[in-house]
Design a protein around this ligand. Structure first.
Ligand SMILES: Cc1cc2nc3c(=O)[nH]c(=O)nc-3n(C[C@H](O)[C@H](O)[C@H](O)COP(=O)(O)OP(=O)(O)OC[C@H]3O[C@@H](n4cnc5c(N)ncnc54)[C@H](O)[C@@H]3O)c2cc1C
Length: 244
């Protein structure tokens, strides 16, 4: 299949992935004598730092997804193809994609990273990830489906299980999402679910290391812990526990 890219007298730089890295490079090349071709399976740039807000209903997905073509409107040497990259054939300088082959003079891989489960297979099998917008929307929908089920069950143990949320990993994302879930518990859910006793909703943040926010300063670690533990504080996670 042909990807219909125009011929150019300039060398072609193919960038796979339009996350922070790919986007920045493609912009930096706007005046360079090259043809820039960005390939991403999604036609939007996803601002990952706010995924937790989408997962907890504080933001709509649109707010953190920017159309790639709009970002680069006016950049004359820029071309975009929405495609899944299957493999790279370095012998022929070809990227093999779901919409056809793309030849390159220079190739940049900016495909991001996968969730690190630290070898915990059961977590990998059972946990929901938060790396993409579909992940965040799935998580949001799952939480609300559980609340709907909690309303219907007569079994108190089952209801409690449906209201419990376990966050694995006390890094920045785990801390942010726990805090955001606590805000949701305090401000959003009581209005949506007046029939449920939301004081019984529990959010557990599980961290194997001795502190939250492992690589950060001891002062930030202590602040995060205090913030999440403090009962009654605006937005605090009243039921977050740290498993040491
Ligand atoms: C929930 C969360 C919160 C975060 N918060 C912060 C923060 O507060 N501050 C901070 O500095 N960093 C934060 N980060 C980290 C930051 O978002 C990443 O470091 C950054 O997005 C990495 O950029 P990247 O360009 O390497 O990859 P990504 O941004 O992951 O982009 C990779 C792109 O490649 C595309 N792609 C991958 N494989 C293929 C393929 N085979 N074919 C086609 N396209 C493909 C993907 O669709 C994606 O668009 C957070 C990350 C997450 C998940």
């Amino acid at each position: 299949m042909d990807t219909n890219l125009p011929a150019s007298s300039h060398p072609r730089v193919v960038i796979i992935g339009c996350g922070f890295g790919g986007l920045r490079l493609a912009k930096a090349l706007r005046h360079a004598p090259v043809q820039v071709v960005v390939v991403d399976r999604n036609n939007y740039h996803n601002f990952q730092p706010l995924l937790y807000q989408v997962a907890t209903g504080a933001l709509e997905a649109d707010s953190i997804a920017y159309p790639i073509r709009k970002i680069f409107a006016g950049q004359k040497n820029f071309f975009y193809r929405m495609a899944d990259v299957h493999r790279v054939d370095s012998a022929t300088n070809t990227v093999v994609t779901s919409v056809g082959d793309i030849r390159y003079n220079y190739l940049v891989l900016a495909t991001g990273s996968l969730t690190n489960f630290f070898g915990l297979e059961s977590i990998e099998r059972n946990a929901m990830q938060i790396k993409s917008i579909p992940n965040a929307l799935n998580l949001r929908s799952f939480i609300f489906q559980n609340f709907e089920k909690a309303l219907l069950t007569e079994n108190p143990d089952e209801r409690q299980a449906l209201l419990n949320i376990v966050v694995v990993g006390g890094g920045p994302t785990g801390v942010e999402i726990s805090g955001s879930l606590a805000e949701m518990r305090k401000h959003v859910l009581p209005k949506d679910y007046p029939e449920l006793d939301l004081r019984t909703m529990q959010i557990f943040l599980v961290e194997a290391g001795p502190a939250l926010l492992g690589p950060m300063s001891p002062a930030s670690q202590a602040d995060a812990k205090r913030y999440l533990d403090e009962p009654g504080r605006e937005g605090a996670a009243q039921h977050v526990h740290q498993a040491l």
